[in-house]
Design a protein. Sequence first.
Length: 282
Amino acid sequence: MGEQRSVSAAKLVELEQLQAARVVAEQALKVAHWRLANGEDMSDLLDSLASSGHAHGLLVEQLDVHETEQQAGYRKTPLQVQVVGPYVALRQWLHDWLGQARLLRSGDMSLAAVAGQPGLLRLQLRVEAFQAAAPVPAPDVLARTPARAATPEPMVDPFAPAARRMAGSGLASVPLAQLEMVGSLSRGTSHEALLMAAGRLYRVRAGEPLGRNHGVVERIDQGRVEVRERLFMAGEWHERTAFITLAKRLGKEAPDRNENVDEMGVGSLAADPAGVGDAFPG
């Protein structure tokens, strides 16, 4: 009799475990059904595609919605998307859009340079969107889902010229707002600027890349650096001029007129002063 009770108690425990596992599985299934469309319809998805592309400065050239396919318990809609923009923006947009709560499955993808427009790439992508067969209420567990972290900017652009990729470790990867002009140097008619970034001193010349927005140093004089930037917005490239002005500090001594800086590569750290040359007061 006691043995039968032990067997019955063990079966009861096993049954309770199976029932608990069933509850967990049903909850996971509800979440999966809801995430098929994230509680949205197709128009919401198309709106989010357009708005996210615009936020990253991309041009959506093509968006074809193909015929919906009925599956067991859900519907599948293929999309054909064609987007144009710089590599970094395309990477960040793709990560954000495909990584949203709504289930999107990417298929064939191609990336090619845009003829006659250096720096622009055309991304062609096939995506499958899904919709539950019947409306699904939002599960309570979603309230405890942590927010997604911001998409990091790619460290390397494989489509950039080799010289620009090499310079990426210097000032070509630093926002202009984080640069400070602390002095300038003169060698005949040639002027060079001394810029400070993150506590390190760099030297730049006209024609060198500077900043993240395809910036190029246009001109350097005694008090400022003129930078020409190229930004891709609303489907086309725009140019703008930015300036880095000389920082004014109280009690700062003027450098020695014989101060000079050894020759170094583009965007590299400035060496200790040595040799002979003329320097502007900084």
